[in-house]
Design a protein around this ligand. Structure first.
Ligand code: ACO
Length: 425
């Protein structure tokens, strides 16, 4: 019978070792025994940017990057996007199963009753400059909630955690809408508990003097689908930040602020804003070929293209493209779509992109939809952060409940000077 083990011969000592293999991995700590003598620390692995290191066991999200498969708790993303609401999917991601009807009713009611912000938080937001970037405002305001809910630091208490999870999912759209209204100088709109999660968000964004803002149901549903697609994506940069910061037992508001910071970068969630800027620079379909030439020459990257895990079409990008058509039926076609389609066509036929397995990722088309809906590009990453809060919280909770996890603290390979004495001149 085939043994699930790795035999290692250390050429330095001629010693042999047998390292067990579980789930296609070896434990890095099993390598520590491989040493040249008593004063040798033992072998470590070196893996900058976690190219080939699993940092945890997780039962939340499955991705097969070669085949372009994404599943939450076993359910294909395509089915969830078609058949479920965002809050149903949030429940699934957090608790492992889709809710029954009564469970969903309670869950929606609980999230809805946590949408209000403390008035001092509203004042806090007022202190930002008129041109502050919404992602900076979002991250700082979420961090500030830590001061409003000091009990949230008891992260090992299940009930305390459960309450903060509801608060965060409920309040993220409210903060996001406030950052938007602040940048426009509009008065804040309080949440309306009669509305669904996305309708309420649209109401807080767009309501002016009318007593009730009737959100377009197609746009509200399209946003709901986009939220489902963005809800979790296993150990990405921001989820890793959430787990790393949370592993010190920092409270969830501060940990989510760290995850927001990670998401804001242009190589991660900030890419959707960069895609729109890129399409503006390209300007028209005729300029696409020349632009791609510059990308190939290494002048800059094609934003919204490429992924650490997907080496095939990102399944989310396919659904976003489908949703774009539905949104354009309501809003009219965003002319940037033609540039994006041409960019995709040329890139997917080009040897440079084929060889490197570079395909459009979720950020390539999402900005085009958001812009058609009326959002400024600076808001795009905030629109990503709202649903991703669910994934961050699920990853955080899983980490805290995992007996194998400890404070995240990588090793290093020191390359600086050897010990030397200070000699004053
Ligand atoms: N445009 C042009 N070339 C690219 C791109 C791109 N978008 N992405 C990767 N490459 C090239 C790299 O230059 C490299 O080429 P080389 O082998 O000749 O040096 C090769 O493809 C491999 O790329 P890496 O940077 O090693 O891949 P990595 O897994 O580290 O990076 C990342 C993944 C960060 C997503 C990268 O593809 C990128 O920067 N894309 C643009 C930004 C973007 O869209 N980010 C959003 C990702 S999805 C998300 O976070 C929600």
């Amino acid at each position: 019978m085939q043994r699930e083990a790795l035999s290692i011969l250390d050429q330095r000592t001629h010693a042999t070792y047998e390292i067990p293999i579980h789930n296609g991995t070896i434990r890095a700590m099993d390598l520590r025994q491989i040493a040249t003598g008593h004063d040798d620390f033992g072998l470590m692995t070196y893996d900058p940017a976690f190219m080939n290191t699993a940092s945890c066991q997780s039962s939340i999200t499955f991705i097969d990057g070669e085949k372009g498969i994404l599943r939450y708790r076993g359910y294909p993303i395509e089915q969830l996007a078609e058949k479920c609401t965002f809050l149903e999917v949030a429940y699934l991601i957090l608790f492992g199963e889709l809710p029954t009807e009564p469970q969903l009713k309670d869950w929606v009611a609980e999230i809805t009753h946590h949408t209000m912000l403390h008035e001092t938080t509203k004042k806090f937001l007022e202190g930002f400059r008129y041109d502050a970037h919404p992602m900076g405002m979002l991250a700082s305001t979420v961090a500030a909630l830590s001061t409003v809910y000091p009990e949230s630091r008891h992260v090992l208490d299940h009930n305390v955690r459960a309450l903060q999870i509801k608060r965060l999912i409920g309040k993220m759209p409210t903060i996001a809408a406030y950052t938007y209204r602040h940048s426009l100088g509009y008065p804040y709109v309080y949440p309306n508990n009669d509305l669904s999660y996305t309708e309420n968000f649209l109401n807080m964004l767009w309501k002016m003097v009318e007593p009730k803002y009737p959100a377009n149901p197609f746009l509200a549903r399209a946003l709901d689908i986009l939220f489902i697609l963005h809800a979790d994506h296993e150990q990405n940069c921001s989820a890793n930040a959430m787990r790393a910061v949370g592993s010190s037992q920092a409270d969830p508001f501060l940990s989510i602020a760290a995850a927001c910071a990670a998401l804001s970068g242009p190589l991660h969630g900030g890419a959707n804003e960069e895609v729109l800027k890129m399409l503006d620079v390209i300007g028209s379909k005729d300029n696409v070929s020349a632009y791609v030439g510059k990308v190939k020459a290494g002048e800059f990257k094609l934003m919204g293209f490429g992924h650490r895990i997907y080496k095939n079409y990102d399944p989310r990008a396919r659904i976003v493209k489908w949703a774009a058509d539905k949104v354009f039926e309501v809003t009219g076609r965003n002319p940037k779509l033609d540039i994006a389609l041409e960019l995709e066509r040329i890139a997917l036929e080009d040897e440079y992109f084929i060889k490197r397995k570079l395909y459009p990722n979720v950020d390539f088309y999402s900005g085009i939809i958001y812009q058609a809906m009326g959002f400024k590009p600076e808001m795009f990453t905030v629109l990503f952060a709202i649903p991703r809060t669910v994934g961050w919280l699920a990853q955080w909770q899983e980490m805290l409940c995992d007996a194998e996890q400890k404070i995240a603290r990588p090793r290093q390979v020191y390359t600086g000077p050897a010990a030397r004495d200070v000699v004053l001149t």
